[in-house]
Design a binder for this molecule. Sequence first.
Ligand SMILES: O=P(O)(O)OC[C@H]1O[C@H](O)[C@H](O)[C@@H](O)[C@@H]1O
Length: 461
Amino acid sequence: MKIERTLDSVCNFSDDVISGKIKPPSSPEGRFTQILSVGIGGSALGPQFVAEALAPDNPPLKIRFIDNTDPAGIDHQIAQLGPELASTLVIVISKSGGTPETRNGLLEVQKAFREAGLNFAKQGVAITQENSLLDNTARIEGWLARFPMYDWVGGRTSEMSAVGLLAAALQGIDIREMLAGASLMDGANRNPELRNNPAALLALCWYWASDGVGSKDMVVLPYKDSLLLFSRYLQQLVMESLGKEFDLDGNRVNQGLTVYGNKGSTDQHAYIQQLRDGVHNFFVTFIEVLRDRPPGHDWELEPGVTCGDYLFGMLQGTRSALYANDRESITVTVQEVTPRSVGALIALYERAVGIYASLININAYHQPGVEAGKKAAGEVLALQKRVLAVLNEASCKEPVEPLTVEEVAERCHAPEDIEMIYKIITHMAANDRALIAEGSCGSPRSIKVFLGECNVDALYA
Ligand SMILES: O=P(O)(O)OC[C@H]1O[C@H](O)[C@H](O)[C@@H](O)[C@@H]1O
């Protein structure tokens, strides 16, 4: 029920946006023309892959992404939108609703809206779990729409939820076809007979190729430009799911499967030399697409040979050349790149990951390692606040007292963190938030640092 209701509301909302029934308040165009999707990890990779794979040449709304807390990257996206910010639908996606990168992206975009004199709430959409920080913010600020994400849907398997479907529908992609493809694949993967169960076969191939311990890397090579981001999408799906320290019985296993790749035949002119002749630490997955281009557009650029025949020849040739040198490969063949086949591909790999995880007895659906990195990042920012307080105190003296890195570390009572303190100081200096009085950032012992301005309020905070 909930799923159907969400799907209907995604379809109705996107129909209304595309038809102009729902419109931005102050755009001369009178309708939304752009999507700015703010999210990271599972809240970005699926929508990015699907946009690249399936968006038509002239979509009703074009899409851009903010998937990082890189200020220059964010500025670039906003600058590229230019005056079209007024007709941009901002979709903020976060299952937890509290991911710092996504929150920062939102705050930066809201600032850009304020500076352009636009009302963000009338152009903002949230996709998140009910009652998350993001959900509450969107509700209190009265955003244009909110769509739910359910607890039982993991971020990296959320492409077929509102997370992936809303942006896809707004780009004019037939999302019911994507779901139909996923559903067909789901049906096929319920077959208890192994040889007729595609996901089980795929998982067994991975097991066989990597000795069940990830001893070989998975190189994913779609021979189709529109599938370029499939390997990046799979990188999260596979590595975040399977890269685990402990198995389900608590044994230390350090499992995983490394995924990389871009596309063929492009990569044949890059690293495939090593795959053919170098260290044998991988297996390849070719994604073969039979239909070269839409009907009626083909022509022979040499007698009897089309451009697509070359692509076909490159795939088959590479496959044979690798095989001749004992390099294993899997080939996944689809008829053409359509919403249905892309839905099926996503469902295939989601299920293969689940089956492989049970073969190696690990939990595919948590990510404790990511949490460790986030915690450490929080500690760095807390240390930075202490560094700032120490520098401020010294910079408020008359005369100003420039400090060495060692002195800062001592006054922070963190001599063991001296390397991190040096990193913090160089970062602040590069961004004009600290001034180097003496020495150069390249040689840590030489520098003496102070703040350009004394913040008297902070002294007594
Ligand atoms: O959707 P969110 O809650 O913002 O999470 C975004 C991403 O960040 C986390 O750190 C996880 O490692 C990912 O699996 C997740 O997709």
